[in-house]
Design a protein around this ligand. Sequence first.
Ligand SMILES: NC(=O)c1ccc[n+]([C@@H]2O[C@H](COP(=O)([O-])OP(=O)(O)OC[C@H]3O[C@@H](n4cnc5c(N)ncnc54)[C@H](OP(=O)(O)O)[C@@H]3O)[C@@H](O)[C@H]2O)c1
Length: 378
Amino acid sequence: MGSNLSFPRVDLSGKVAVVTGANTGIGYETAKALSVMGAHTIIACRSSERAHAAVERMKEEIGREFPDKSVIIEYMLLDLSSFQSTKDFTVAFKEKNIPLHILINNAGVAWLPLTMTEDGYEAHFQINHLSHFLLTLELLPVMLDTAESCKDCRIVIVSSRLHTSAEFTPGNMNAEQEYSRTKFYSNSKLYNVMSAYALQRRLENVGVTVSVLHPGSVETELGRNTADSFWLNFFYKAYKVAMIPVIRDAQKGAATSLNAAVNPDLSSQRCLYFTDCSPTLSSSLSRDFKSQEQLWEISMSIIKEWLSWSIHQKYSPTMGLVEEEVGFSDKARPLSDDSTERKEQVKIEETGEGTPMITFRVSREVTDEGELEPNGTS
Ligand SMILES: NC(=O)c1ccc[n+]([C@@H]2O[C@H](COP(=O)([O-])OP(=O)(O)OC[C@H]3O[C@@H](n4cnc5c(N)ncnc54)[C@H](OP(=O)(O)O)[C@@H]3O)[C@@H](O)[C@H]2O)c1
């Protein structure tokens, strides 16, 4: 297949990892490998029965493969189709008073018939994006505390290559106008990529790296919701046959998540999109700054009532781009090397005085002013 699916086996003793949707598929293998590396691993799942069975199976498999290894794997309830359940998970996690080094937003649903959650949101939109967005922001203070000492915390978001065929249509994100099972899955995976970039922008120099990825075509239960539709089921099966040369098992499917979560070489990267453990370019729409910020604003307004005030205050402001043209007649004079500024040389004019005038377009990300506290203080 030619792809490099290796990741370094590092010592994660003393570290804590949360993996959503880890009772099966890619999440199961991701959680298992993290615990083999020594992490205290929490599998965040919606079904206590399936989660307990998964923990037992994981411990039994690890015991067989690594007889001397003692592992800490536990289950916590998280149903991403409910903001209440998501919030309850974050409260229960904080009550444990443990650090958080690795958060892997892995859980996902695909190709559902139109389904609205108890909160009134289209299921792909809420489960794959909105609730993970809430989960991440509410756990962020714990991770930022952890990062103060360890300097290397990771947020890993499992997206899909299908984000490249998605649309960003703010007027139809909740199926207000029309619904397509395939489109809404792809759209939710686009939101994963866009929100990863937007989140990283807000986490400059704090020791937290955000990564987003496509795990490859992986043999899992992801297609389970296609059975009720003859055509969808037919196309899904045909797709799987066509993908036989490249389809991988869940263990290999976990490699890109694991590499993003543990590879020491990635500790100080800005947000990257990975395929087969290597950085690749995500779609141009996913990289569009204005759309990312618009998605951030929409997502924030939806989850606002579930967010702690301090987190809302800190992270709700959107960011903008300020552009200005700056000319220098002295070639040697450097522009500021502020890494948050983008500089593009736009013209060079002869001045007749020996030194040409060089004009740069400088764009800088700026944050809106925060809102006032309810009591009126800022
Ligand atoms: N497989 C692929 O080829 C492929 C390709 C690209 C991207 N991906 C992405 O990879 C990720 C993992 O998918 P997978 O292929 O491993 O699929 P999977 O085998 O179906 O696993 C999905 C996991 O998500 C959990 N989940 C679903 N709804 C949930 C909810 N409301 N709350 C909490 N957990 C929920 C499932 O729990 P239950 O078992 O209880 O339902 C399961 O543990 C997904 O984000 C998917 O979009 C997969």
